[in-house]
Design a protein around this ligand. Sequence first.
Ligand code: NDP
Length: 492
Amino acid sequence: MSDVAKRESGVPAPLAWDYAPAPEARDIVSFETRYGLYIGGEHVEPRSGEWYATISPANEEHLAEVATARAEDVDVAVQAAREAFENGWSALRPAERAKYLFRIARILLERSREFAVAESLNSGKPIKESRDVDLPISAAHFFYYAGWADKLEYAFPNRRPRPVGVTGQIIPWNFPLLMLAWKIAPALACGNTVVLKPSHTTPLTALLFTEVCRQAEVPPGVVNIVTGDGQTGAELVRHPDVDKIAFTGSTEVGKEIQRAIAGTSKRLTLELGGKAANIVFDDAALDQAVEGIINGIYFNQGEVCCAGSRLLVQESIYEQLIVKLKRRMETLRVGDPLDKNTDIGAINSREQLEKIAELVASGEEEGAEIFQPSCALPERGFWFRPTVFTNVAQSYRIAQEEIFGPVLSVLTFRTPEEAVEKANNTAYGLSAGVWTEKGSRILWMAERLRAGVVWANTFNRFDPASPFGGYKESGFGREGGRHGLEPYLRFD
Ligand code: NDP
């Protein structure tokens, strides 16, 4: 019955209503009490003798103990990867290599509910995202690169593509399994072997992935997983027998890695931070744009390198758009990551929460106007309300620095030229979004925006066939597509 019909019929319209809880069953995942390192196809105790606890950021529940790899452990893992590379994997018929990747992709799909629950538990992201985004795209990456494994000669004609060797891969905590897939799939497709280090806060899906490797009968040593902290990553970077480093994470650590390998023959790709502009013109479909803005900044709690964290709105529609945006923010549901109705889950760690809070405080101090919806937050765990700042000057820290949380800064512009100038006024250059009904304007903008990806009338869309990567302090090298093969091949 519509509200009007209810009023006319004398039945009062409901003042407020809530979604009933819709929790995803958690018992589909059972974690081991302790996880060793995955080296040479075996789970082994760390030589370091060090272990740490990994928790759920939503309620600080202890999930499992995980090994910390130190120099000696990293060395054993690199040796295992070297042996596997020399003794078969690199010389395997490419169509045979592809079979393993296809198997991994299929097993990931078969076990996708289990992986989605594990990912949400360990990272805090909403189950609807891990289920509908992280898992399908991870599997799609393996399917996609399986298809390339026996077509490298066609991808790079007359260039004799060959694998580079042992690759060291270091990934962050915002998309733990997806980043693993982005790294491992092209590396294996090209005939390399891998030592991968997940982030210390989110090791569990990488450790579950070791079971997938065993199920798919991936030969021992082709994939090795060394858990630990930043120091573990640094040991991997330093190891003399690693041929290539692929890193996703902060610009600061990216620069450190660059310095560490300077003067060596190691190859490097870096996928670093971002401060993307999401640009809305006055001819855009506004309700659609509001959905795009919400998805751009609140997807994965804003813990996304390509998040649309700077909203640039054409002045003539500013008031109208902000009203719509705030109204939509009031409907966002923040809470239990395992609830299928949750839009915004937990912040990944206490450190990250503190970093977000510090930057938000700086925004208020510098004079921006803050708005947060009235939603209640759970008592335990790490939570931050979706936040929007208006009255933001370009010089404010919240307009310049990557916050990596659910915080949007709004700026305005009058002309397309001004929009481009403001959008490009950042040290980063990973992504951008343009909302307009004019195709010609989209092309005009895309040509001028210094960003690796430009989305038009959408945001945060990912496809394995589409290359992804940055300019300036967002790093170099591309992942995805045919371009994503190149860093894993040599042509000399
Ligand atoms: P980091 O860059 O520190 O972490 C990324 C990965 O690198 C993790 O596996 C980390 O290990 C590892 N690492 C840390 N130090 C070193 C080192 N010296 N050598 C080699 N590897 C290392 O990101 P944080 O987790 O500290 O996040 C900090 C900020 O970085 C965020 O607030 C956000 O702004 C940005 N960030 C950007 C990401 C992106 O996708 N571009 C992803 C994550 C963060 P460990 O986690 O175990 O310390």
